[in-house]
Design a protein around this ligand. Structure first.
Ligand SMILES: [Fe+2]
Ligand SMILES: [Fe+2]
Length: 239
C-alpha cells in the first residue's frame, strides 16, 4: 500500500519520540522517499526503528530547506546507505555534496522538476532579501489527486499551494507538513485556512504550524482535517 508516515514531528503518538523538526517517509510502489530528516539523528533513528523503516531502503532523500530541524538527521541515512539520490535547493548543494559519499548523487533543484515519474519538486521559492533562504516542496501524483508535502513553508503556505495547483492543473488532495503559522495571530491563521480551502480537499498541518493554528484547522476543517504527528500513517488513497 502506498502511504506517508510521519517520522519526526513536534508531537508524537504511540511511544514515538516528539521533538521540534520534521521528517516524513513517502512509500510508493516503486520508490521510498524520505522528505527531510528532522533535527537529531538519535531521535530519527529511534522513530524509524519503531516504524520498521530501514535506512538502507531509502532511494531518495529530499531536503526541503537547509535548516537544522530538517537536515540534522541525515547521518542516520549516511551510516547505513551509501547509494541514494539527494535533492536539495540549488544554492545549498555544495554544502551537502561534502557530506554524502561519492556513490550517492546530490541533485540541485532550482526550477520545478520531476524527480521520479510521479514525484515532483515545486522548484525553489526564496524568502528574505538580505540573506535569502531557499525552500522547495514536494508533490506526489497519485490516484486520489496531488499530495503536497511542505517542510517549514517559509515562502508562505498559500503561495506554495497555489504553485502546486498551477503545476498540476488540479485541486490538491492533501497538504501535509509545516505551515509556519506558530507566530501568526488568529486572524491571519483563519485567512490562510479559508484560502487553503479553495486549493485542497484535506490538510494535515504539523511541525511549525503551531498548536494554536492546528486547533483552528481541526475545528474549521472538521472531517477534512487529518491529524499528523510522529508515528501517524496516512494511506495514499481516496478517503
Ligand atoms: Fe525552517
Ligand atoms: Fe522547521
Amino acid at each position: 500500500m502506498e502511504r506517508l508516515t510521519v517520522l519526526y514531528d513536534n508531537r508524537a503518538v504511540d511511544g514515538f519520540k516528539a521533538d521540534w523538526g520534521f521528517s516524513l517517509l513517502v512509500e510508493l510502489d516503486d520508490r521510498d522517499i524520505l522528505f527531510d530528516t528532522g533535527a537529531k539523528p538519535e531521535i530519527l533513528g529511534e522513530n524509524m526503528d519503531k516504524a520498521g523503516v530501514d535506512p538502507e531502503e531509502i532511494d531518495i532523500v529530499f531536503i526541503s530547506h537547509n535548516h537544522w530541524d530538517h537536515t540534522g538527521g541525515l547521518p542516520v541515512i549516511l551510516e547505513k546507505n551509501a547509494e541514494f539520490e539527494l535533492f536539495v535547493p540549488e544554492p545549498d548543494c555544495l554544502e551537502f555534496e561534502e557530506r554524502i559519499p561519492e556513490s550517492s548523487i546530490c541533485v540541485p533543484v532550482s526550477s520545478p522538476t520531476y524527480i521520479t515519474e510521479r514525484v515532483l519538486s515545486t522548484g525553489i521559492m526564496a524568502t528574505g532579501l538580505e540573506s535569502p533562504q531557499y525552500e522547495h516542496s514536494m508533490i506526489v501524483l497519485g490516484e486520489p489527486g496531488p499530495v503536497l508535502i511542505t517542510g517549514c513553508s517559509h515562502p508562505g503556505i498559500v503561495d506554495i499551494a497555489k504553485k502546486a495547483v498551477s503545476l498540476t492543473g488540479e485541486e490538491l488532495f492533501l497538504i501535509v507538513g509545516g505551515f509556519h503559522l506558530y507566530r501568526a495571530d488568529r486572524e491571519e491563521i483563519e485567512e490562510v485556512s479559508e484560502e487553503l480551502k479553495r486549493l485542497t480537499r484535506f490538510v494535515a498541518p504539523c511541525h511549525c504550524t503551531g498548536e494554536e493554528a492546528i486547533e483552528i484547522f481541526r475545528t474549521s476543517w472538521k472531517e477534512r482535517f487529518i491529524p499528523a504527528a510522529a508515528g501517524v500513517e496516512i494511506p495514499l488513497e481516496e478517503a
